[in-house]
Design a protein around this ligand. Structure first.
Ligand code: ADP
Ligand code: ADP
Length: 225
């Protein structure tokens, strides 16, 4: 199966069990919201999915590639937007994008083409020549998401990508990322804001390291009422 598949993932910090046998799938073309209060284990899960931590137990498959067995191949299929922005504020949007493309071994006209296409997908096509410092917070985040697409990943992970943004910026970003899922990307979006989740989205409810539920947002909302 394509997309992201996680099986039996557990993680401990000393005696504290931060994740307990977490299993889920984000199929190709689905937007999946990872919801949970502070301390639920979202960051731990993120660090495992991005290979910053190594899982002693469990399996992570990224577009069919085992992350622990073939990390380079698996990470090449993954785009990541971390919670802390990592943009050079004094470079233009385009230079930031091209630098990232170069890290992936993409250069020249191919890099320029991909840069333009990715910015276009986030509605940022007009802003390529601006310095990042001149952009508002929402546009900076959109640029970071565009940058995470430059190597054409199959899976996109975002850790609370709308923190600190106003409602209009948040709505624009969630809409763009839903459109990316509609085009075939598998999206895992960690958040604690339920208004970012649409009815048809898959939703994972994480609480104290345990996956309490996984279903569409519409079904989970029905269960609550
Ligand atoms: P979230 O991102 O959902 O807030 P975390 O993954 O940061 O959750 O944390 C999950 C649990 O693991 C919490 O109980 C947290 O206190 C604990 N934890 C996180 N990082 C560490 C660490 N480096 N050492 C010890 N405990 C940790
Ligand atoms: P967030 O809720 O954004 O995940 P946290 O405040 O839970 O942030 O954690 C911030 C950092 O502190 C993380 O790197 C996490 O691993 C670490 N951390 C969280 N809880 C603990 C803990 N009990 N002991 C040590 N480090 C921790």
């Amino acid at each position: 199966m394509n997309g992201l598949e996680v099986r039996g993932l557990s993680y401990r910090y000393g005696p504290r069990q931060a994740l307990k046998e977490v299993s889920f799938s984000v199929p190709k073309g689905r937007f999946c919201a990872l919801l949970g209060p502070n301390g639920a284990g979202k960051s731990t899960l993120f660090n495992l999915l991005t290979a910053l931590f190594t899982a002693p137990e469990g399996q992570i498959m990224v577009a069919g590639v085992n992350l622990s067995q073939e990390p380079r191949r698996a990470l090449a299929r993954m785009g990541v937007v971390f919670q802390q922005p990592t943009l050079d504020l004094d470079l233009t949007v385009r230079r930031n994008m091209l630098y990232f493309a170069a890290l992936h071994g993409i250069s020249g006209s191919e890099a320029a083409r991909r840069c333009d296409a990715a910015l276009e997908q986030l509605g940022m096509g007009e802003r390529a020549a601006e310095t990042v410092r001149a952009l508002n917070g929402g546009h900076r985040r959109r640029m970071e998401i565009a940058r995470a697409l430059i190597h054409r990943p199959e899976v996109l992970l975002l850790d609370e990508p709308t923190v600190g943004l106003d409602a209009a910026s948040r709505a624009a970003i969630t809409d763009h990322v839903h459109a990316l899922a509609d085009q075939g990307l598998s999206v895992l979006w960690a958040t604690h804001l339920t208004d970012e989740v649409q009815d048809n989205d898959l939703t994972l409810l994480l609480h104290k390291g345990v996956l309490l539920a996984q279903d569409t947002a519409a079904n989970l909302r029905q269960d609550q009422s």
